[in-house]
Structures are given as C-alpha cells and as structure tokens.
Design a protein around this ligand. Structure first.
Ligand code: HEC
Length: 109
C-alpha cells in the first residue's frame, strides 16, 4: 500500500515537472520582451518590412517566416541578406531575440 502511494506521488511529481517544462517557451516571450521587440521593429525594420509587418513591399513578409528557423532569423538579421543590411553592429543579441519573439508572437500585442 505504501509503495503504491509512493509510486503515485512520483508520477504526480513527474507530471508536474513536465507541465512546468512545457510552459517555458511561452514564458520566454515575456510581455516586456515582446514590447522591446515591437519597438525595435518599429524603429529599424518597419521602413522595409512594413509597419506592424503588414506591408512588406519588396522585403520578406515576416509573418510568413518559418517559425522553426530561429537560427536562420538570427543569422540573416545579424549578418544581413542581399538587399538587407546587417544589424549585428547596431543591435545586441538580446535585441535580436526580442525581434524574434515579436515576429513569432505576431501582432497580438
Ligand atoms: C533596407 C531595407 C530593410 C530593412 C531596414 C530591414 N530589412 Fe529585413 N529584409 C530586407 C530585404 C530586401 C529582404 C529580402 C532579402 C532576400 O531574401 O533577398 C529582407 C529579409 C529579411 C529576413 C528573411 C531572411 C531570410 O533568411 O530569408 C528577415 C528575418 C528580416 N529581413 C528581418 C529584418 C529585421 C528583424 C529588421 C530590423 C532589425 C529588418 N529585416 C530590416 C530589407 C530590409
């Protein structure tokens, strides 16, 4: 009886951990980070990619940027790509992360 209770508690504890772990991605996009991303975007990116990502003209439509390719986003933004200038000297890595959060979360803020 005691053993069964112990196992049940272990399972419950493991499930609680899994639930906490699953929440990490959502938590990593804190409201503050999204706000920072939106501000940097408005200042530096909107002239080409459109205000609030809505009217990209000749530049990529960031609403369609593949959500699984964070690495590519960071590289392209930091080093530039074709007509897009590199941002690595102007933006800190955490600012590029904030931009990624903004692009992934979209215009929900
Ligand atoms: C001077 C205009 C201009 C500005 C400003 C600009 N971009 Fe771009 N961006 C472009 C163009 C043009 C492309 C398309 C490049 C290509 O694929 O040939 C592009 C492409 C991209 C891509 C797709 C890269 C890929 O791997 O396909 C991302 C992501 C991106 N821009 C993010 C940003 C972010 C974030 C900012 C603000 C820090 C920004 N851009 C500012 C012009 C600009």
């Amino acid at each position: 009886m005691h053993t069964r209770f112990a196992i049940a508690s272990l399972v419950a504890a493991a499930l609680a951990c899994a639930a906490a772990a699953a929440q990490i991605p959502a938590q990593s996009f804190a409201a503050e980070q999204l706000k920072t991303g939106a501000e940097i975007y408005a200042r530096n990116c909107s002239p080409c990619h459109g205000a609030r990502m809505l009217d990209p003209q000749g530049a990529s439509d960031l609403r369609k940027f593949p959500r699984g390719e964070r690495e590519r986003f960071v590289n392209s933004v930091t080093r530039g790509k074709n007509q897009m200038p590199p941002w690595g000297d102007l933006l800190k890595p955490e600012e590029v992360e904030a931009l990624w959060a903004y692009v992934v979360a979209g215009e929900k803020i």
